[in-house]
Design a protein around this ligand. Structure first.
Ligand code: MG
Length: 163
């Protein structure tokens, strides 16, 4: 019987003008960017945290500390790749991933299929095993005021067969 573990990830980043918006591995032209030490890709950070959570391997801040200049401006696809390598070394591989992006703007719908393709590639999964959703906060709270974006992710990972 295979070993299965589930992990969740949650991340938020504040909007900051003058930076490109990196979201789920894409650059969205014309959109206000997010503040952060790396490329501030809130979606991929949530996925990375979900993977680390499933493996019982801490969180993204443990592995890529914001104070470490190595990760300044880092491409979060690279960070996610490093997380996957770590999981592989621990004997885990992703089975599926469900990602939800929460924000008032920009509209995610036009980019959803491209985001799904990028995320599937990053996770080395077929596209049907990866889902990208988006919702707004209906104008409520800090997300509703357009101060930033949040993302939530859930992943299932499978380990080597138990004896
Ligand atoms: Mg983050």
């Amino acid at each position: 019987m295979s070993r299965l573990r589930v992990g969740q990830g949650f991340d938020v980043h504040r909007f900051r003008s003058g930076r490109p918006l990196r979201l789920c591995g894409l650059t969205l032209p014309g959109a206000v960017g997010l503040d952060g030490h790396s490329d501030a890709d809130v979606a991929l950070h949530a996925v990375a945290d979900a993977l680390l959570g499933a493996a019982g391997a801490g969180d993204i801040g443990d592995h890529f500390p914001p104070a470490d200049p190595r990760w300044a401006g880092a491409d979060s696809r690279d960070l996610l790749g490093r997380v996957l390598t770590l999981l592989r070394e621990m004997g885990w591989r992703p089975v599926n991933c469900d990602l939800t992006i929460v924000g008032e703007r920009p509209r995610i719908a036009p980019h959803r299929s491209a985001m799904r393709a990028v995320l599937a590639t990053c996770l080395e999964l077929p596209e049907p095993a990866v889902n990208v959703k988006a919702t707004t906060a209906e104008g409520m709270g800090w997300i509703g005021r357009g101060e930033g974006l949040a993302a939530l992710a859930v992943v299932l990972v499978e380990g080597a067969d138990e004896p």
